[in-house]
Design a protein around this ligand. Structure first.
Ligand code: AHR
Length: 504
């Protein structure tokens, strides 16, 4: 058994955890929309064709904000195609994902769906094939109460009340040649600034994210971010970045270290924001929207076939996630929480079927993937204030990333509910870990619940035949004595320790 400690104090705070850290993402891609959230012929479909079995699982997952309609898809999308009477909506070639888009599901359906699952919508606008005008019209359509062309059109489509979408993304991954309408940084920066200006004139209450470097490996990183922020700093509120981690050929130990890449990516982007803030002599801090993040290493994007467009949704990128992936997702959530002062939105990418935490069979059942559970536990218990949590742990040497602590974790203080929660991962593949934590700097707590995600087969996954092969179970290996918490974290596992204030 190895030993490690966590140290924190209620006065040493990273920052309040924005509820929007527990967001997700739905894109018109593969079977996410058609056969995923929307399937009118399905036995569980409701009055709008939404699968209620999927909605039930989404509600349990607890995403707070959901990004839509892409992703790469948005950069060639005409939002007007997806509103109004369904019979009149045009079928279009989706040149991004090589399929015929029927537009049966569009902006209003999405907003209604988010309402029904209890999340807020987050909308991306097309900065690829379109620009300023389409961007300001969709804000007017969605958010203006009435008395103008676009708002009255929405009302005529059956939506009297505005959708009040608060967060808008100015395009998606505009730094990449893979993106429709990709442009150089200075050109995109100007289009984003001017679009943002117009959009905020229509609705000053909205928040805007600008498309930063898609990930740290992009050839133009970090210059892209510097250039676009220099153009648009004052008009925007957040910079959007994405992270997909892969399991390297070296195996599990290196895989468990990979979240450190996300950690340094966030820190670098924060530094860039602060440099541009200084250059602008601005008082306004800029925040980060990590609006696509996940692990993704098995399924590759399909080869482009410009001569033939599929007429039905294809099962694209339907990665089946393992227990080991779920532990890495747990580590990524811990990483996000460590940056709670600057990361205000994070969207797990994606929600249903495509690199997703929920899988459906079209016409059949729905089940949660292994990665569903760390997300669910974090959304449920990870609200409050992230405490600066020092980790005192044995380390191992990663080939690429240097020393890595066997223990990783963070404490979240929730005074509103008299609760304190620790999220912790034991990265060791050989040894259980005896965790010690002095709670006297936080208060008098007792253990309320303990959840453990562990499995003897690290490749184990959930399937239609075995939907609950990888599930967290309640554990009872933690206790508090004289203000000292002790717990055993089994080898390669993810734990949630929930404590409540003692009443004695
Ligand atoms: O999530 C799939 C794709 O990955 C998204 O469309 C794009 O933004 C990212 O590169």
């Amino acid at each position: 058994m190895i030993k490690a400690r966590m140290k924190f104090d209620r006065d040493f705070r990273i920052g309040a955890v924005d509820d929007r850290l527990y967001g997700s993402f739905i894109e018109h891609l593969g079977r996410q929309v058609y056969g995923g959230v929307y399937e009118p012929g399905h036995p569980s479909a409701d009055d709008m064709g939404f699968r209620t079995d999927v909605m039930d699982l989404v509600r349990k997952l607890g995403p707070t904000i959901i990004r839509y309609p892409g992703g790469n898809f948005v950069s060639a999308y005409n939002w007007e195609d997806g509103v109004g009477p369904v019979a009149d909506r045009p079928k279009r070639l989706d040149v991004v994902w090589d399929v015929v888009e029927t537009n049966e599901f569009g902006t209003n359906e999405f907003c209604e769906w988010t309402r029904r699952v209890g999340a807020q919508p987050m909308m991306a606008v097309n900065m690829g094939t379109r620009g300023l005008d389409a961007a300001r019209s969709i804000v007017e359509y969605c958010n203006h109460p009435s008395g103008s062309y676009w708002s009255d059109l929405r009302i005529s489509h059956g939506y009297k009340d505005p959708h009040n979408i608060k967060v808008w993304c100015l395009g998606n991954e505009m730094d990449g040649h893979h993106q429709m309408g990709h442009k150089p940084a200075d050109q995109y920066g100007i289009v984003a600034r001017e679009s943002g200006k117009l959009m905020k004139m229509v609705d000053p209450s909205i928040e805007l994210t600008i498309s930063g470097s898609a990930y740290w490996g992009m050839p133009s990183f970090p210059d892209w971010n510097i250039t676009i922020l220099e153009q648009a700093y004052e008009q925007i509120d957040m910079i959007s970045i994405h992270t997909y981690l892969q399991k390297p050929v070296e195996g599990t130990a290196e895989y468990m270290a990979r979240p450190l890449l996300m950690d340094s990516f966030i820190s670098t982007v924060v530094s860039i924001c602060d440099v541009v803030k200084a250059k602008h002599r601005s008082r306004k801090p800029l925040y980060i929207s990590l609006d696509e993040w996940n692990v993704w290493w098995r399924e590759r994007e399909p080869e482009k076939n410009v001569r033939s467009f599929h007429t039905t949704p294809q099962p694209y990128l339907e990665e089946v996630y393992s227990f080991e992936d779920a532990v890495v997702v747990g580590l990524m959530i811990i990483t996000l929480l460590k940056h709670a002062d600057r990361v205000k939105i994070a969207c797990f990418s994606e929600l249903v079927n495509t690199i997703a935490c929920i899988t459906t069979r079209t016409g059949g059942p729905v089940w949660p993937q292994a990665t569903y559970y760390p997300l669910m536990l974090a959304s449920k218990y990870g609200r409050g204030v992230a405490l600066n949590t020092l980790i005192d742990s044995p380390v191992y040497e990663s080939k690429d990333l240097g020393p890595v602590t066997l223990l990783d974790g963070i404490a979240i203080l929730d005074d509103e509910h008299d609760a304190l929660t620790i999220f912790a991962v034991n990265r060791s593949q050989e040894d259980d870990l005896a965790l010690e934590c002095d709670l006297r700097g936080v208060g008098d707590y007792k253990v309320d619940e303990q959840w453990l995600l562990a499995h003897e087969d690290w490749d184990a996954s959930n399937t239609e035949a075995r939907p609950d092969n990888v599930v967290p179970r309640r554990a009872a290996a933690a206790s508090i004595d004289d203000g000292k918490l002790t717990a055993v974290l089994p080898k390669l596992s993810y734990s949630v320790l929930r404590m409540k204030k003692s009443r004695e």
